[in-house]
Write a protein that binds this ligand. Structure first.
Ligand code: FES
Ligand code: FES
Length: 172
């Protein structure tokens, strides 16, 4: 079995590991490094439960070999809340919208939403549906999830407005 050294940045922390050639990124993150928010729903690319943000894009970690991920920057759901435990606005929006039931799909849904809103802060309903089309949910019927994404976009815009520097206009 071939072994490969891999260095990854996960949630802004650097990890150096040795992986075998057949190990998936999902297996590395979940089984070896214990990021258990990365869910294993099918391990075949069908459900989206294993989604992480990988070099800025939402990807299904079961479809990437760990050895290919050398040098990658990864965000898992564990990296989304602030260090003091305050939820990210997307997480708050999912809760407020009733978009979390069993929760198994939720980390993947939230991370796809983050990648979407980072790239497109004002997605249309159709763009939200398209972005989440690779993520399955057996509980919610999707409508509440799509509403949560709309609410998340609003919450993020509101928080950016609150934190925007105040422009001082001089009348001299
Ligand atoms: S576990 Fe990766 S898509 Fe289902
Ligand atoms: S909330 Fe249960 S699978 Fe989506």
């Amino acid at each position: 079995m071939s072994l490969h050294p891999v260095t990854l940045t996960i949630n802004q922390q650097i990890f150096q590991c040795t992986v075998n050639g057949s190990m998936t990124l999902l297996e590395l993150l979940r089984d070896e490094l214990h990021f258990t928010g990365v869910k294993d729903g099918c391990a075949e690319g069908d459900c989206g439960a294993c989604t992480v943000i990988y070099n800025g894009a939402a990807v299904k970690s079961c479809l990437i070999l760990a050895a290919q991920a050398d040098g990658a920057e990864i965000i898992s759901i564990e990296g989304l809340s602030s260090p003091d435990g305050e939820l990210h606005p997307i997480q708050s929006a999912f809760i407020q919208s009733g978009a979390v039931q069993c929760g198994y799909c939720t980390p993947g849904m939230v991370l796809v939403t983050k990648a979407l809103l980072d790239a497109n802060p004002n997605p249309t309903y159709r763009e939200i549906q398209t972005a989440l089309s690779g993520n399955l949910c057996r509980c919610t019927g999707y409508a509440k999830i799509f509403k949560a994404v709309q609410l998340a976009a609003t919450l993020i815009k509101d928080s950016q407005a609150i934190h925007a520097p105040v422009e001082i206009i001089s009348h001299d």
